[in-house]
Design a protein around this ligand. Structure first.
Ligand code: TYM
Length: 329
């Protein structure tokens, strides 16, 4: 079986964007691939986090991974910080990554503009840790949203560079970006992406938002002064809502346009909200059930970390040998 690796930061409540761009695809891949799904808490501290909150968010993310249907019997689910090989490989790869290529990362530019008071070295080398995550497991495919494409490119560049110097060591991974849902936009500002860290809560749908809250947010979503429900570059709001509708229902873009050809914006927005609620309600129910089962969650994360560590160590020790570290006796 081919291997899949992906991860998500426990840096806040996960959104409909995270779900449609990533999680939902992960659940579809779990039967056909050998998958590792990581909770990347080490990436999360590139932005200041409250320790208690971070710990809780990591646990909540684990619960949500399981609630959307990731099966811990089929996938390795674990916390990044529990597998020290990530940090170790990341250090080594730092020495094979150029300042120039990291300076070109758009996420670094965006985040350093947003957190001007804390432009730390970790924020800068963030993509190297991400490359380590992926390369440790000899990953074939990385299912992510559109915003991670550039990080996948640099991961491939680092891997090819290392292989070029030391002979084949890393599998060269490919991004797996879905056709629908790969870039969900903010509801009130549909020209920017929906993001966990958005201060305007009306811009985002959290996976755990109450149905009434979801309906309200969709009702308030920005549209345009036209009255046609169709995709179009001139219609970012409506296109985003149509995209969400297609992604949650599985209806094709053409069929969705036909379905709402004669609908007003109000009716359309209500239908989108209802489709999202129908998709999220069962997940929210499972979150509640799982939260009550502390021992089960503990056992999932413990065994996931152990399994991941064993695979990661195989790659790390190969790399350590290749770069010339003395062999441990
Ligand atoms: P993160 O935590 O920001 O987002 C997790 C996943 O959600 C996708 N995503 C979106 N998809 C569609 N529309 C949106 N508005 C949207 N917002 C987020 C992201 O593309 C991502 O797939 N750097 C990564 C985490 C990471 C990782 C990795 C991913 C660390 N190591 C190794 C893959 C492989 C990140 O910050 O994701």
């Amino acid at each position: 079986k081919k291997r899949i690796f992906s991860g998500m930061q426990p840096s806040g409540l996960i959104t409909l964007g995270n779900y449609l761009g990533a999680l939902n695809n992960w659940t579809k891949l779990q039967d056909d691939y050998d998958c590792l799904y990581c909770i990347v808490d080490m990436h999360a501290i590139t932005v200041r986090q409250d320790p208690q909150k971070l710990r809780k968010q990591a646990r909540d993310l684990l619960t949500q991974y399981l609630a959307v249907g990731l099966d811990p019997e089929k996938n390795i689910i674990y916390y990044q910080s529990h597998v020290s090989q990530h940090a170790e490989l990341s250090w080594i790869l730092n020495c094979y990554t150029y300042m120039g290529e990291l300076s070109r990362m758009t996420q670094f530019k965006d985040k350093s503009a947003k957190h001007a008071d804390n432009i730390n070295a970790g924020l800068f080398t963030y993509p190297v840790l991400m490359a380590a995550d992926i390369l440790l497991y000899q990953t074939d495919l990385v299912p992510v949203g559109e915003d991670q494409r550039q990080h996948l490119e640099i991961t491939r560049d680092i891997a090819m560079r290392f292989n070029g110097i030391y002979s084949d060591t890393f599998k060269i991974p490919e991004a797996y970006i879905g056709k629908v849902g790969a870039k969900i936009m903010a509801l009130q500002e549909p020209t920017k992406k929906m993001s966990k860290s958005d201060e305007n809560q009306n811009n985002t749908i959290a996976l755990l938002d109450e149905p009434s809250v979801i309906m309200n947010k969709f009702k308030r979503a920005m549209t345009d002064s036209d009255n046609q429900v169709r995709f179009g570059e001139d219609k970012p709001g409506i296109s985003n809502l149509l995209g969400i509708y297609c992604a949650v229902t599985g209806v094709s873009p053409e069929a969705a346009e036909r379905e709402f050809a004669n609908a007003g914006y109000g009716t359309f927005k209500t239908s989108v909200g209802e489709a999202v609620v129908a998709k999220l309600e069962p997940i929210q129910k499972r979150v509640k059930e799982l939260e009550a089962n502390k021992d089960y969650l503990d056992s999932v994360i413990k065994s996931g970390g152990e399994k991941a560590g064993r695979i990661a160590e195989r790659t790390l020790s190969k790399v350590q040998k290749k770069v010339g570290f003395p062999v441990k006796i």
